[in-house]
Design a protein around this ligand. Sequence first.
Ligand SMILES: Nc1ncnc2c1ncn2[C@@H]1O[C@H](COP(=O)(O)OP(=O)(O)OP(=O)(O)O)[C@@H](O)[C@H]1O
Ligand SMILES: [Mg+2]
Length: 310
Amino acid sequence: MNGGSVLQPGSLALSRKEEFKVFAESPRRSRPDLLTRKQLKSLATQARADYDRQRRQWHANIGPVKTPQLTELHEDLWDIVDSNEQDGDKAKGAVAVDAFPGLGKTTSVPPFARDFHQREIEESGAFTSQGHERIPVCRVGLTGNTGMKDLNRAMMEFFGHPGQTRGTTAQFGRRVLDCVSSCEVRLVVLDDLHFLKWGQKSGIEVSNHLKWIANEFPVTLLMVGVELAKKGLFGEGTNGRDTALAQTGRRTTRFGLRPFTIDTEAGRREWRQMLLALEQRVVLTDKHPACSRMSCRTTSSPAAPDTSAR
Ligand SMILES: Nc1ncnc2c1ncn2[C@@H]1O[C@H](COP(=O)(O)OP(=O)(O)OP(=O)(O)O)[C@@H](O)[C@H]1O
Ligand SMILES: [Mg+2]
């Protein structure tokens, strides 16, 4: 619960349902007008302070840019969640976004989760047929050295479940399952999964726990992290010794995120589009006139698209 305070889009950690709902349902930010030097000078003190604050907030939240990597990942994720629309008794496929640090995993997944939330609410309504609040997405970001019990507790915290202080890992798990079923959650996002304690046996306990979530919860499990395959989550490097790991591996579709590279013409063009998109968004009086008119495009590059993913 948020203690009754009004949640602002700028202060959201997305680790509670209220925060996620505000993120998913608040209107997109609009860009402050680009003023000329003369217009800027004519602003009264208060108007100038307001304008500067709007610009600060806009620039601090300038992304995510709809890069080709982000668009490709979203398309793949839609394919998976849509193909998971079988009846509840069938185990759903899981997804892992496994890529090097800093390539935009945490940035790319929430806009997808937001669109998924909106689609579910539009199609099925804000409340379930049993009268519970519909919460299509549960998102948890893991912190250092999280064990299975902490993971279950973090999911309970997302729902604001009161029974977070006492219980075993299994009891916590069942409480989460209750929340997931009553609120008809369809997508569980676990970010920074590499922070889970992997134990001595290259992740067998972790893998079994995730398999339990994937089997018991009628959801698509979306795991995000660094070097998940290397840690043994998918049974690679175990020489086929552990069938539990191999089961998780078979059921999980893995995606990466490629970095920008400029050693090919196509890569160079993608990077240039990214820079143009950022340049277009900067609200700066007297910024480079060529970029405000976008005449610095080459004929071979496509026009900078609507690059806003948020
Ligand atoms: N599509 C994008 N548009 C704008 N900025 C982006 C985009 N993708 C990534 N970034 C920026 O790159 C930085 C790293 O992104 P992010 O934190 O999402 O990476 P990550 O893969 O989750 O990294 P880590 O593995 O360390 O958690 C952030 O500052 C983010 O704002
Ligand atoms: Mg991240």
